[in-house]
Design a protein. Sequence first.
Length: 129
Amino acid sequence: MAEYPQDLKYLDSHEYILLEGDIARIGITEFAVNQLGDIVFVELPEVGTKLEKGEAFGSIESVKAVESLTAPVTGTVVERNDGIVEDPEMVGDDPYGDGWLVKVRVDNPSEVDDAMSAEKYSQMIAEAE
């Protein structure tokens, strides 16, 4: 069974968020990586792009499927991980470390409160399997 870092918050669409001050690091969970399989392409927004909570902000493509990425918060992209654009396998190799997707300056930090704890996310995954 996968382990989910306790310091992260999770969405039912399998993105995670780590809020540090007003900057949120967003990525996809180990569960999502396992479901996708070999990741071959990642499309991310440019720095300066405005994200809206609950709306698609990019996509991730594997040999099995193409999935939209859902913004867990509203804010502006301040950094994107160009390393994973060049080498998409990094997402699968280290989704919680070097495989993060974007960093966003959050408009309303309380939006993070809507996301699940690691425990709740683990329960959701266990019930789905």
